[in-house]
Design a binder for this molecule. Structure first.
Ligand SMILES: C=C(O[C@@H]1C=C(C(=O)O)C=C[C@H]1O)C(=O)O
Length: 406
């Protein structure tokens, strides 16, 4: 837990309106960027006014409660001058939480020293402490990339999928999301800014993010919180882009997989909400690599719960865990043979009002030095074909392979 050296507590925070900064990602001066950008809008941050690692011993929703209490202690005492007054103005923290509720090790929150943001045609700059001179270092592409298997080879993973199908057939559970990792090694140190730029250009519909070394472009919004209004985009059920959407809508397997994911979100949000709207039928979300069944859930909170309180209630949804949740988590631990880290965990930002946007960290990689660990997973049902699921995982890997290779 730390407040950056050279910064006084309480933090002195100043937000000023600025003219349109253009491409937010191109404004990131250094190689440890924080970013959350979609269709050009969003927040980018750099430097550290304060940061914390959530204690490894905390599990489940307690991780989020602890993080929220830490943030409250930082924000409560801050001297804030914020004439903009929009979600994301004033001080913000970027965060990434581990997928596995049993271990918080690696979950982190960072309050950047500088945040540049744009929302609906308005832009602002937030700085904490004295003005710092941020020298722009040139963005370097990673060069040649070599790939090697992560925890499981493709064949071993297919075998894991087949085992999951048997467990489902035997009645142990209804759905489980199985993932695998792939190791990429680059010629030189990987600059996340190079990846962010490519991701934002090719996947404008997704949330391009970078928090604590986790870099990706996720289509799945866990929750957006604006005052008391909340919104979530539930995805489950996937087909390659270009295939007939009628097949996806007509597939019982994909429909049921989607129903499981929507039910988990509805059950988590219902107790928190005064009103909740869950459409009866999914729509189609088409991305350059895959298309998904998608349900947009909207609601109004019944009290002043913050976005992190909502994240705590939602995670892990059946889009990345399974049904029932506890059994799915057991099966994931048994069959994946790896630690997901922040993959499939919540990633996003929160401001001092409790507003924020959090996604599920999908289509991403954990980047460290010249290595990136890529992740991709698929919802497994009783009728799943291991060969098809492997092909779906490969299609999902394409997002980060493109980010690395261009
Ligand atoms: C698990 C991932 O994606 C999730 C699984 C999906 C599916 O199985 O159809 C679809 C969207 C996501 O909720 C991933 O991209 O790694």
């Amino acid at each position: 837990m730390s407040v950056a050296l050279g910064l006084k507590r309480p933090l002195v925070v100043r937000t000023v309106p600025v003219s349109d900064p253009g491409d937010l990602i191109a404004r990131l001066p250094g190689v440890a960027p924080h970013a959350w950008v979609r269709h050009g809008d969003g927040l980018v941050g750099w430097g550290e006014a304060a940061s914390v690692r959530v204690p490894a011993g905390l599990s489940g929703p307690a991780r989020f409660a602890w993080a929220r209490a830490w943030l409250a202690s930082i924000f409560r005492t801050a001297e804030i001058d914020d004439p903009v007054g929009l979600p994301g103005s004033g001080p913000v923290a970027f965060g990434s939480f581990t997928f596995d509720p049993a271990s918080a090790a690696g979950s982190t929150l960072v309050v950047p020293r500088t945040v540049l943001a744009r929302r609906d045609g308005r832009s602002w700059l937030t700085t904490i402490g004295e003005d710092a001179l941020d020298l722009m270092t040139p963005v370097r592409t990673p060069g040649r990339i070599r790939y090697s298997d992560g925890a499981l080879t493709a064949m071993e993973w297919e075998h894991a999928v087949a085992t999951a199908v048997k467990e489902i057939g035997g009645g142990r559970l209804d759905k489980v999301v199985l993932a695998r990792d792939l190791i990429a090694t680059a010629d030189r140190g990987i600059d996340p800014r190079a990846l962010l730029a490519r991701l934002a250009r090719r996947y404008p519909e997704c949330y391009t993010f970078s928090v604590g070394g986790l870099v990706g472009a996720t289509p799945e919004l866990l929750v957006r919180h604006t005052g008391r209004a909340i919104e979530s985009l539930v995805l489950a059920g996937t087909a390659p882009t270009g295939s007939d959407p009628g097949d996806l809508f007509g597939s019982e397997k994909n429909q049921y997989e989607h129903v499981c994911a929507v039910a988990s979100v509805r059950d988590a949000l219902d107790p928190l909400c005064a009103t909740l709207d869950v459409p009866d039928r999914p729509e189609l979300l088409v991305l350059p690599n895959v298309q998904h069944l998608a349900t947009r859930v909207t609601g109004r909170l019944s009290d002043g719960a913050s976005v992190l309180d909502v994240v705590a209630a939602l995670h892990p949804t059946a889009a990345v865990g399974g049904t029932p949740t506890a059994t799915a988590l057991e099966v994931i631990r048994e069959l994946e043979d790896m630690d997901r880290g922040g993959y499939a965990g919540p990633v996003g930002w929160i401001d001092a009002r409790g507003d924020g946007e959090w996604g599920i960290a999908l289509r991403c990689a954990a980047v460290e030095g010249d290595r990136a660990r890529l992740f991709a997973g698929c919802g497994i049902m009783g009728e799943s074909d291991p060969v098809q699921e492997l092909a779906e995982a490969q299609a999902k890997f394409r997002v980060m392979r493109y980010a690395l290779e261009g």
